[in-house]
Design a protein around this ligand. Sequence first.
Ligand SMILES: Nc1ncnc2c1ncn2[C@@H]1O[C@H](COP(=O)(O)OP(=O)(O)OP(=O)(O)O)[C@@H](O)[C@H]1O
Ligand SMILES: [Mg+2]
Length: 260
Amino acid sequence: MQNIIELQNITVFQQRNKIFDNFSLTLERGQNTVILGPNGAGKTTLLKLLNRELYIVANENSSIKIFGKDHWNVQELRAHLGVVSHHLQSNYSNSALGLYVVLSGFYASDGIWQHQSFDNEHLELAYQTMKLLDIEGLQSRQFSTMSTGEQRKFLLARALVHNPEVLVLDEPTSGLDLRTCFQYLEIIQDLISMGKNVILVTHHIHEIPPEINRVILLKECKVVNDGDKAKILTSKTLSSLFDRPIKIVEENGYYQALPG
Ligand SMILES: Nc1ncnc2c1ncn2[C@@H]1O[C@H](COP(=O)(O)OP(=O)(O)OP(=O)(O)O)[C@@H](O)[C@H]1O
Ligand SMILES: [Mg+2]
């Protein structure tokens, strides 16, 4: 089975800032992973490498393989991925109607363009996905007029409509009320039980579904801890990650962070 992504000794710049230097990490298929770390730790940058929004510096000792391949047509790669992020939500075309937001998932685009065509099968899949998320009543509303949670559900529908193997979720529940947030998590749990792989970035420890088994801790763009959730998600490691006392409590597979 190929790995989702395999990074060997990579260097990455964003504009003039060197973000990753000699960085290596592998995310395997069959594993559901959460990436935790302080603001600016490199979490979003890592996900952007997977989505080919960013490239590594070419170097003979460095390599990046995504689903086992060095080179990808971006459009083909994105058919394997379903991405939901803040960045996507703030950049999404405001005038798009709900249905078109979902349909844009077939092209991984942030709007619908003239050269894109949709047949009845696309429409049927879009309706099914909206129904799954209970948002079909909003399909004719403009994206800009939806609440944060409604927009987020449309972006999740967009990420799911083409049935990707891997869901890449960068702070997917930020700004959602508790009900919407837990509904969202239930959907993610269902998707994991259907065999999808999830890569989640979050600041909310209580939103890590019990099905997520691997925890990667990033700090200053380096991996400081990586392994099974029960081993990594402890008061000691989290206090060290955030440079302040933090107490981690666990109940029924869910974790919570409290001031230590
Ligand atoms: N477009 C950019 N140009 C220059 N530097 C950038 C750019 N985007 C991110 N960075 C820098 O890269 C580093 C990692 O940023 P990244 O967005 O990956 O952090 P993050 O872990 O996702 O943080 P957060 O929890 O705040 O979302 C930070 O130092 C940030 O300032
Ligand atoms: Mg981020």
